[in-house]
Write a protein that binds this ligand. Structure first.
Ligand code: 13P
Length: 247
């Protein structure tokens, strides 16, 4: 009843010909019945990849919530939607930590995305020091309260959530099955409490953090894990497609 989604966050990797080749391989080998796939390439490649008219939607890793103006180096959400992108990452821990994006700023980004018919893939996740003191559920639900807590039910229905524990990103250290399931179930319960049983039950919640072709099937077998947001392992078409077939 919930969508299964595997999304590739290419981060700041790949040269133009590599990005095009990766997209073409993923798109040509992909069986749409396994799950939905999404890719998030660096912004400079987005238009060319959308121009391939493939089956796999292409989203942006970042945008600015303002409509236009003096924001050197930024891309507005109207520019993103005019280029044909339909998905955007919001709240990735690298944006939060390296670029100081606060919950308040992320809330503006989510509002801007929804106002332009872009699906925000809203990321949340705790750093190690919070997990060490058992504060992870409170920390993550607070991130959600401050970024999506204000949405209407119909707005939330257009969002995808990704739980990415900061300590698992790019470290080769994946959350255990119990850790992933505990947090996904807590996120789902929080969604049900705030938005109602139905929307909480149907919102896709993806896991991210050192998810790869070897561990995806056990993670995706967790009842509240609906797929993955994949970094490193999404840069290789064969491993990304293997993850997509891990349900
Ligand atoms: P890795 O899969 O490389 O750990 O990255 C996860 C991530 O940050 C996806 O957004």
């Amino acid at each position: 009843m919930r969508k299964k989604i595997v999304a590739g966050n290419w981060k700041m990797n790949l040269l133009p010909e590599e990005a095009l080749e990766l997209y073409r391989k993923i798109d040509s080998d992909y069986f749409a019945d396994a799950c939905e796939l999404l890719v998030f390439p660096p912004a400079v490649y987005v238009m060319e990849l959308i121009g391939q008219h493939g089956k796999v939607p292409v989203g942006v890793q970042n945008f600015h919530p303002e409509e236009s103006g003096a924001f050197t180096g930024e891309i507005s959400v109207s520019q993103v939607s005019s280029c044909g992108a339909k998905y955007a990452l919001v709240g990735h821990s690298e944006r939060r930590m390296i670029f100081n994006e606060s919950n308040d700023f992320l809330k503006k980004k989510i509002n801007a995305a929804l106002a332009h018919d872009i699906v925000p893939l809203v990321c949340c996740g705790e750093p190690m020091e919070i997990r060490d003191v058992e504060g992870h559920v409170a920390f993550v639900t607070n991130q959600l309260a401050e970024t999506i807590g204000h949405l209407t039910v119909s707005e939330l229905e257009r969002c995808i959530i990704a739980y990415e524990p900061v300590w698992a990103i790019g470290t080769g250290r994946t959350a255990s099955i119990d850790q992933a399931q505990e947090m996904h179930a807590s996120i789902r319960q929080w969604l049900k409490n705030h938005f109602g049983e139905h929307v909480g039950a149907v919102t896709p919640i993806l896991y991210g953090g050192s998810c790869n072709a070897s561990n995806a099937s056990e993670l995706f077998a967790c009842p509240d894990v609906d797929g993955g947001l994949i970094g490193g392992a999404s840069l290789d078409a064969a491993s990304f497609l293997k993850i997509a077939r891990s349900f």
